[in-house]
Design a protein around this ligand. Structure first.
Ligand code: GDP
Length: 447
């Protein structure tokens, strides 16, 4: 993730402020230095970094902390606000019929983003179509088609046609029933005059409501010239940053945002169609600073729960909160967890679990957990309905049979039963809680 080490280094210097009611110039200098180091190594432009650090310095020394606020919380709040300011608002993307054109260099992630965005719009209840006009890159057609099939969204392309403008025009007609048109364009290895001519012609043919520049998070200083060129030819309304799941830096994309006077719209966080997030400045910076991002997590949980529920009408997650917690519930929960994405990404979003905490786990701890979940799933498939509904009846004899049937060790079957008991106990505690208790617990988690 972008600026990965900022959260932990900043927390280190902020922790030194614990117990202090006032901060002095030296404290502020140290914090600002951490931020500068982090931002510069993430390729954020020097001017931007200087502006940000001056603002933080001035505010931290001049503003009075509101009564009862510790020096640490006061500085953290200022850093947070200034960082949110630096990344800017999210591009406004109304949930209504529109045409969006994607531009960018080859390999930046345009084709992938087109399918992801179509998936995103379809989840929002709009009917999308992807129009693939990239006739330059061999394989672009097949790749787009396959991804759109996975996303279950309409796709238009023509592998036998070499004129991208013609494809764009025909594609708009062929998909006229769709509400949101996402037009993917060809990239090149570098900015070339013919690429700019081509994209201007496509723009003329599809008249997009919004053109987004797709940038690989690893892009460094090159972002500036690229952003300027695209801005001058078609006008950039927003920037998509892809590959944020890698060891990318992301600072170059911020430069592009400033250069085009636009904003960040979406983030790409993986190779599958679901790996897309709307850019949310508050949540993004909270996560970066290790404050967790409850809202994103809540949205992902909700989506996964809805999908799991849609597949099985009999199952309602709310039942868990009311009554008993069976192995069937546990299996559903695991399915939902799987849909949310890799466990470590999910954990990263939980306050107090992000950043540093995950680093302390052994490297393979998360893999083991996911492997275990797969074994549990196979085991549960080998159990009878009666056993799933009432795991208490599973004695030694049944454990042997289930282990044999699922090809798993008996120990793993016992571990599953143990795990279920533990979850059941935890849930019982939740059930006994009033709303007030719940809120208090959430607050505690956040601090
Ligand atoms: P295009 O040439 O701009 O259309 O780029 P593609 O969509 O073909 O993407 C180039 C490569 O980057 C492909 O291998 C994609 O799978 C990969 N890619 C795109 N977006 C992401 C992302 O958010 N995360 C990761 N890990 N890979 C991505």
């Amino acid at each position: 993730m972008v600026l990965d080490n900022l959260g932990s280094s900043l927390r280190g210097s902020l922790d030194k402020l614990r117990g202090k009611s006032r901060i002095d110039e030296e404290d502020v200098q140290e914090i600002v230095r951490e931020i500068q180091r982090s931002l510069l190594s993430a390729d954020v432009e020097v001017d931007l970094v200087m502006e940000l650090s001056d603002n933080i310095k001035n505010r931290a020394l001049e503003e009075e902390p509101p009564g009862g606020t510790s020096a640490r919380d006061h500085v953290l709040k200022i850093v947070y606000e200034e960082m949110v300011d630096l990344v800017g608002e999210s591009t406004d993307i109304p949930l209504e019929p529109q045409t969006i054109m994607l531009a960018g260099l080859q390999g930046s992630g345009k084709t992938t983003t087109a399918a992801k965005m179509a998936w995103w719009f379809s989840k929002k209840g709009l009917r999308p179509a992807v129009i693939q006009t990239d006739t330059f890159r061999p394989g672009a057609y097949d790749q787009a088609k396959q991804m759109c099939e996975k996303a279950e969204v309409e796709f238009y392309g023509d592998p036998d046609e070499s004129d991208p403008v013609k494809i764009a025009r025909e594609g708009m007609e062929a998909t006229s029933d769709a509400e949101v048109h996402i037009v993917d364009t060809a990239g090149r290895h570098a900015l070339e005059a013919d690429l700019i001519d081509e994209i201007e012609e496509i723009e003329g043919a599809v008249t997009p409501d919004l053109s987004l520049l797709v940038l690989d998070a690893a892009i460094g200083k090159g972002a500036k010239a690229q952003a300027r060129e695209f801005e001058d030819s078609i006008g950039i309304g927003g920037v998509v940053i892809t590959k944020l799941d890698g060891t990318a830096k992301g600072g170059g994309a911020l430069t592009a945002v400033k250069e085009t006077g636009s904003s960040i719209s979406f983030l790409g966080t993986g190779e599958t169609v679901q790996d897309i997030e709307r850019f949310e400045p508050n949540g993004f910076i909270s996560r970066l600073l290790g404050m967790g991002d409850l809202q994103q997590l809540a949205e992902r949980v909700e989506r996964a729960m809805e999908e799991t529920q849609a597949e099985d009408d009999d199952w309602d997650p709310e039942d868990i909160m009311k009554g008993s917690f069976t192995l069937k519930d546990m299996q559903k929960q695991m399915e939902a967890m799987n849909k949310m994405g890799p466990l470590d990404q999910v954990m990263d979003m939980i306050p107090g679990m992000g950043g540093g905490m995950m680093d302390q786990l052994p490297d393979d701890a998360m893999d083991v957990t996911q492997d275990r979940m797969r074994s549990f799933d196979v085991i549960m498939d080998s159990m009878t309905d009666e056993e799933l509904e009432n795991p208490r009846i599973v004695g030694a004899e049944r454990v042997r049979r289930i282990a044999r049937g699922s090809g798993q060790e008996e120990d793993v079957v016992r571990e599953l039963l143990q795990q279920h008991k533990m979850m059941e106990r935890t849930l019982k505690q939740f059930q006994g809680m009033g709303d007030g208790d719940m809120q208090r617990m959430m607050k505690k988690l956040q601090n």
